[in-house]
Design a protein around this ligand. Structure first.
Ligand SMILES: Cc1cc2nc3c(=O)[nH]c(=O)nc-3n(C[C@H](O)[C@H](O)[C@H](O)COP(=O)(O)OP(=O)(O)OC[C@H]3O[C@@H](n4cnc5c(N)ncnc54)[C@H](O)[C@@H]3O)c2cc1C
Ligand code: FES
Length: 265
């Protein structure tokens, strides 16, 4: 983990509610693993005191640049759209947290993302593709323009199932995954951005007896385990009801789904 002042290549509107920031940070980009995140300092007199955490959306092929796809949510992300400018600098700390793991010898995986959560998946798809693993994507959002990363999955010609609330409010994108999983074998599941989808993926993974991982989001301050501001309840041994509190930034953001699904109940 290090603090870097990255050169901003661009920071522009991506699609729907999302913006895309690309910055040159070779040492950071070279060491990032899928699912890890960076903590961004927002500059300016009106800027919030705390950094804001973001998954790394993409790392360039030469591993010199990284991208963040961010949704404008409030004070910090609103300011990011105007204060981070082309040819300027961006103060980042990273790589942070523990990312996704791909089982050895995996042949086919399914990734399930909703809304902002989709932004954690392209680096995993890149890594899987480099190992010859087939990735089936199941992406969900409120509206069609908020389905980010479709172009990235299309680059690899990976199959993508999409769902929007405006088209089918009551269905879940995991319904399509459950149907497909009866016909083909998946070696692992990955889910981000929705508790409902996480529960559905976890149930499916248990039924199929395959591992499932989830990238958790939590309000954060330091981002590296010092302030204990991002703890969540985690199952230690679900059969005995044993639980603990763990920092998402340090032990996560990626957890096994059994560790977190229904842990706070
Ligand atoms: C590990 C991690 C990775 C993330 N990756 C991405 C990403 O790739 N792209 C992206 O757009 N966002 C991502 N987020 C969420 C992002 O950090 C928040 O949206 C951002 O911090 C909001 O800052 P703000 O100042 O604009 O909002 P604020 O003004 O602080 O809050 C606005 C609203 O957003 C809610 N909010 C703020 N932070 C979070 C959070 N961490 N989780 C849930 N709700 C929150 C607040 O409760 C409030 O309702 C990630 C969060 C974590 C923990
Ligand atoms: S944000 Fe400080 S411990 Fe996680």
């Amino acid at each position: 983990m290090e603090q870097v002042f990255a050169s901003v290549v661009f920071n522009r509107h991506l699609t729907g509610d999302y913006w895309l920031l690309e910055a040159e940070a070779p040492a950071l980009a070279a060491s990032l693993l899928p699912g890890q995140f960076v903590n961004v300092r927002i500059e300016g007199s009106a800027a919030p005191y705390l950094r804001r955490p973001f998954s790394v959306y993409r790392v360039s092929r030469d591993r010199r640049r990284l991208q963040i796809a961010y949704k404008v949510m409030g004070e910090g992300t609103g300011l990011m759209t105007s204060s981070i400018r082309e040819n300027g600098r961006c103060d980042l700390i990273g790589p942070l947290g523990h990312g996704f793991s791909l089982p050895a010898n995996a042949k086919r995986i399914a990734v399930v993302g909703r809304g902002i959560g989709i932004a954690a998946l392209p680096t995993l798809a890149d890594e899987a593709a480099s190992r010859g693993i087939e990735v089936h994507a199941f992406l969900s959002a409120r509206t069609r323009p908020n389905l980010v990363a479709l172009d990235i999955f299309a680059e690899y010609a990976f199959p993508v199932v999409t769902h929007t609330d405006e088209a089918r409010a009551n269905a879940l994108v995991t319904d399509a995954l459950a149907a497909l999983a009866q016909k083909v074998r998946f070696d692992a599941f990955y889910v981000c951005g929705s508790n409902r989808l996480a529960r559905a993926v976890h149930a499916l993974a248990q039924k199929q007896n395959v591992p499932a991982e989830i990238a958790m989001e939590q309000h954060m301050a330091c981002g590296f385990g010092d302030c204990h501001g991002c703890v969540i309840a985690v199952n230690l041994r679900p059969s005995r009801g044993e639980k603990a509190f763990k920092e998402v930034c340090h032990y996560g953001p990626v957890f096994q789904t059994w560790e977190v699904v229904d842990a706070s109940a």
